[in-house]
Design a protein around this ligand. Structure first.
Ligand code: COA
Length: 336
């Protein structure tokens, strides 16, 4: 007999950012830039950067512990941890280290990579486990440390990014209480070279007649204008598809929660749907683009300061390297 189809509710959230905050003026000490250029082109005023006594796993642990506390869960009750990150502390995966620090001993844990769309892809992935009835509780983390991979002497990219972590607790519920109402995820690898973190390969002799590859990665390389055009074309398109499919008109949305890449992109998408700017959640002025962390970091801030309330309808969209992008319609449930 087929298992009953369930829904997944967002019942808790948490976030954490590094202790060090770096202003635009401080960046001007390193590269030829200034506060007014960065603010007018991006909306960013400062960003947080991991210091020598911090790690992404620790940030993710802090964010997750807060999400568990809000949800009222014991760590041992978590079945699954999905950690969206492109910049793990360990290439074999950082999620198991977070599981260990949390004491979530009954959870299986893995990393998922979809760059700045990672949190959205992970939210959808975890929800499939919940809907299938195979697990009851999942923790979805979005966390990145792009500061480790940015070229701090390249003013075209280094001003944009920051580090952070956010987490959401998801619980299996009756289908009528579904929190992830619908989603659409997209990828286009043919355009991937407009934003990438490529490997550098050396071919070295192994034994007679054979070679092996060795190497690491370059710094982040980006064609800013191509990425900007991609975002302002694809994000409205995928959001429009989602709203239409669900018979939702933009006026019915309580919040627009977009990946915090650039204020001009947020404004362009909001204008396209005529969503008033007070309904557009934004905190990128303080954190910059924290990649997979931006959406849960923003959600956590807005839930904790009382803007996002139980039952609120949120349209969210992630977009970035891959290229990958997508959108989801979400109902914030909050703790029971
Ligand atoms: N400070 C001062 N000047 C800068 C600068 C900086 N940090 N970065 C670039 N410039 C200069 C350039 O060198 C160029 O000077 P030039 O005309 O003398 O050559 C000038 O500013 C314009 O550069 P350009 O790249 O055309 O700027 P832009 O208006 O496209 O803005 C971005 C650059 C990156 C802000 C913009 O393209 C963007 O937001 N793209 C999307 C990026 C993004 O969100 N990526 C992540 C997606 S997940």
């Amino acid at each position: 007999m087929a298992k009953q189809l369930l829904g997944s509710a967002l019942v808790g959230c948490g976030s954490a950012t590094p202790k060090q905050s770096l202003t635009n003026a401080q960046l001007g000490q390193r590269v030829d830039t200034n506060d007014s250029w960065i603010r007018s082109r991006t909306g960013i005023a400062s960003r947080c950067v991991l210091g020598s006594d911090e790690s992404l796993v620790e940030l993710s642990h802090m964010a997750s512990a807060k999400a568990l506390k809000m949800a009222g869960w014991e760590p041992g009750s978590v079945d699954l941890i999905v950690m969206a990150t492109s910049t793990p502390d360990d290439l074999f995966g950082s999620a198991p280290q977070v599981q260990s620090l949390l004491g979530a001993n009954n959870a299986f844990a893995f990393d998922l990579t979809a760059a700045c769309s990672g949190f959205l892809f992970a939210l959808v992935t975890a929800t499939q486990f919940l809907k299938s009835g195979s697990i009851k509780r999942a923790l979805v983390i979005g966390a990145d440390q792009l500061s480790r991979w940015v070229d701090w002497d390249d003013r075209r990219t280094c001003v944009l990014f920051g580090d952070g972590a956010g987490a959401v607790a998801l619980e299996a519920v009756d289908q009528k209480d579904e929190g992830l109402i619908d989603f659409s995820l997209k990828s286009d690898g043919s355009r991937g070279d407009s934003l990438q973190l490529r490997q550098v390969i050396k071919h070295l002799p192994l034994v007679d007649g054979t070679t092996h590859q060795q190497g690491g990665f370059t710094s982040i390389e980006m064609n800013g204008q191509e990425v900007y055009k991609f975002a302002v074309r694809e994000v409205p398109s995928v959001l429009a598809e989602l709203l239409k499919r669900n018979n939702v008109i933009a006026e019915e949305l309580d919040w627009l929660l977009l990946h915090q890449a650039n204020q001009r992109i947020l404004d362009a998408v909001a204008d396209r749907f005529q969503v008033p700017h007070h309904k557009v959640l934004t905190n990128l002025q303080s954190y910059g683009n924290t990649s997979a962390a931006t959406i849960p970091l923003m959600l956590d801030e807005a839930v904790r300061d009382g803007r996002v309330k139980p039952g609120d309808l949120i349209a969210t969209s992630g977009f970035g390297a891959g290229l990958s992008w997508g959108a989801a319609l979400i109902n914030w449930h909050g703790p029971s």
